[in-house]
Design a protein around this ligand. Structure first.
Ligand code: FES
Length: 148
C-alpha cells in the first residue's frame, strides 16, 4: 500500500545536445511523462563528475539517470565513451560506500527520440518505485538540518 503512494525523486543528468533536446521534443510532442524528475543539463556526459551523483543521492534523490548522445554521436567526439568507462568503475565505488548502484541508470537518447526519453524515464521510475525510498542519508540530513 505504501509502495503505491511512493513517488520516487529522480535526478537526471542529461547531455545538452541529445537527451535534453529529446526531452524537449517529448514536451513539444505533448507526450506525457512523470514530473518527479529533476533534469540537470550538462554539456556532455563526459563532464559529469562522480561527486555530482553522490551529492544527488545525499540531497534526496531515490534514483539517478545519466543520459547522453549515442556512441559515436558525442559532440565532443569521445566524451560519452570516457563517461561509460568511468561509470563501470564508479558502480563499484558506489556499492563500496553503501549506495546501491542499481539506483544509477544510464541511457543513450538522441535529439529525435522523444518517445524513447519518455520510455526511459518511465522505466527508471518504475524500477525505483519497486526499490523504495533511498534512506541512507535521511538521518544525517535530519540531524544536520537541526544545526543549520
Ligand atoms: Fe552528448 Fe557528449 S555531447 S554525450
Amino acid at each position: 500500500m505504501e509502495q503505491e503512494k511512493f513517488e520516487p525523486k529522480i535526478t537526471a543528468f542529461v547531455c545538452n545536445w541529445c537527451t535534453y533536446t529529446g526531452a524537449d521534443l517529448a514536451g513539444t510532442s505533448r507526450l506525457k511523462y512523470v514530473t518527479n524528475i529533476k533534469m540537470i543539463r550538462v554539456p556532455c556526459t563526459g563532464r559529469i563528475d562522480q561527486v555530482f551523483i553522490i551529492k544527488a543521492f545525499e540531497k534526496g534523490a531515490d534514483g539517478v539517470l545519466i543520459s547522453g548522445c549515442h556512441p559515436n554521436d558525442c559532440h565532443y567526439n569521445t566524451g560519452n565513451f570516457h563517461a561509460r568507462r568511468r561509470w563501470i568503475l564508479f558502480r563499484q565505488l558506489l556499492n563500496f560506500i553503501g549506495i546501491d548502484s542499481t539506483r544509477l541508470h544510464f541511457s543513450w537518447v538522441s535529439a529525435s527520440e522523444g518517445k524513447k526519453f519518455v520510455d526511459v524515464v518511465t522505466e527508471v521510475i518504475n524500477k525505483v518505485k519497486v526499490q523504495g525510498k533511498f534512506k541512507k542519508y535521511e538521518k544525517i540530513n535530519k540531524e544536520f538540518a537541526i544545526h543549520e
